[in-house]
Design a protein around this ligand. Structure first.
Ligand SMILES: *Cc1c(COP(=O)(O)O)cnc(C)c1O
Length: 391
């Protein structure tokens, strides 16, 4: 058993060094690997020998990134993908067949919603939504052909929480695969596998890269399930590029220190704006006013880097607020060093109907703030002046 701390594993997990004895892993920008003998080639293809064959299957850079992530999540094995959505899609399409059914949380990433409602049904895979905060609804939606439960906690952008222990116990009791999108927290704050999840998916584009420069994703979990997903990925090709894997592996070395600062800054922003004139409400898991504050404290070590502000004055006020920002960026990303504000109603969640948005708490005045690593006083000052200017 590994008893080192996650910060240490994220730094000290390395693929074997080359003949050069380098201290940090080099970039393995190679499409394929050479065979020493005909027998070695045969054995590698027959899975009788471990080793690299072709970078769509595996590469030392993706191996290192995944080895670190598995240690952080407490997972047996994993798969790197070109984006978070490739990871979400692989986790479902790699396991499910026509006729299968999934129970998913209604509050879910916009593209994941499109996947469940528009794309997977093309191949006969159907789904039903349950309210993330109510484990009994998940149970009520289970059908004889249900194979998996898919949740995101905290949800994007509503910051609702799912009870990982309760939903994990349900999945276990009913023999279902529990898949958790852990993008908002990263394994530094929350480890769903320790609560009964079988697979964890990530958009590494967000906090893992952490600097708004790299697309990537991953699925980690039980060795048996990852084996199935690896077969799917090997023959459908959602592979992560070695260069992006190299960046992401390096970025995991600083995940802990970055997350500590994101969380400190986010808590400061949330605390500052709660009760301010012009702000109807503030949502942040580690504010006592969050309706699931006790659950947040139980399953998350800190509150994360995302704060939701619901502004008075609806969509018009929200638009004026965005246009008045001077330092903070208006962009659809999150988990960047730079603080970013997003207006889900008009951008990331614009494809949902008004009723679908309201059902997951996305009201017109809601803005999502991904609090970055700038000095928090400067972030607060800019949000404050935009709030005044938009009044
Ligand atoms: C961004 C995001 C994704 C998709 O990730 P990409 O890397 O953009 O494909 C999936 N889930 C959540 C919760 C996200 O925030």
């Amino acid at each position: 058993m590994n008893d080192r701390h996650p910060e240490t594993d994220a730094i000290r997990t390395q693929v074997p060094t080359s003949a050069e004895r380098e201290h940090a892993v080099p970039l393995y920008l190679t499409s394929s690997f050479v065979f020493d003998t005909a027998e070695q080639a045969r054995a590698l293809f027959a899975d009788e020998l471990p080793g690299n064959i072709y970078s769509r299957y595996s590469n030392p850079n993706t191996d290192e990134f995944i080895a670190k992530l598995c240690k952080l999540e407490g997972a047996e094995d994993g798969l790197a993908t070109a984006s978070g959505m490739a990871a979400v899609f692989a986790s479902l399409a790699g396991l499910l067949s026509s006729g299968d059914h999934v129970v998913a949380s209604r509050a879910i990433f916009g593209s994941t919603h499109q996947l469940f409602t528009k794309l997977l049904p093309r191949w006969g895979i159907t789904s039903d939504y349950a309210d993330l905060g109510d484990a009994s609804q998940f149970e009520a939606r289970i059908r004889p052909n249900t194979k998996a439960i898919f949740i995101e906690t905290p949800s994007n952008p509503g910051l609702a929480l799912g009870d990982l222990d309760a939903i994990g116990a349900l999945a276990k009791a009913r023999g279902l695969v529990l898949i958790v999108d852990n993008c908002f927290t990263t394994p530094y704050l929350q480890q769903p596998i320790r609560h009964g999840a079988h697979l964890v998916v990530h958009s590494a584009t967000k906090y893992m890269d952490g600097q708004g420069r790299t697309l990537g994703g991953a699925v980690v979990g039980s060795a048996a399930l990852i084996k199935e997903l690896r077969f799917f990925a090997r023959h459908t090709g959602p592979a992560l590029s070695p260069f992006n894997a190299w960046v992401l592996s390096k970025s995991l070395e600083t995940l802990a220190v970055r997350m500590d600062r994101h969380c400190d800054n986010a808590l400061a922003v949330a605390t500052h704006f709660e009760g301010k004139p012009g702000v109807r409400s503030v949502r942040y898991p580690f504010l006592p006013s969050h309706p699931q504050h006790a659950l947040a404290k139980r399953q998350m070590s800190q509150g994360g880097g995302i704060v939701v502000l619901v502004l008075e004055g609806g969509i018009e006020r929200a638009r004026r607020f965005l246009d008045a920002l001077r330092l903070v960026s208006h962009s659809p990303n999150l988990g960047d060093t730079r603080t970013i504000v997003t207006h889900p109603t008009s951008t990331t969640h614009s494809k949902l109907t008004e009723a679908e948005r309201v059902a997951v708490g996305i009201v017109p005045g809601l803005v999502r703030v991904s609090v970055g690593l700038e000095h928090v006083a400067d972030v607060i000052a800019d949000l404050e002046q935009a709030l005044s200017a938009s009044a």
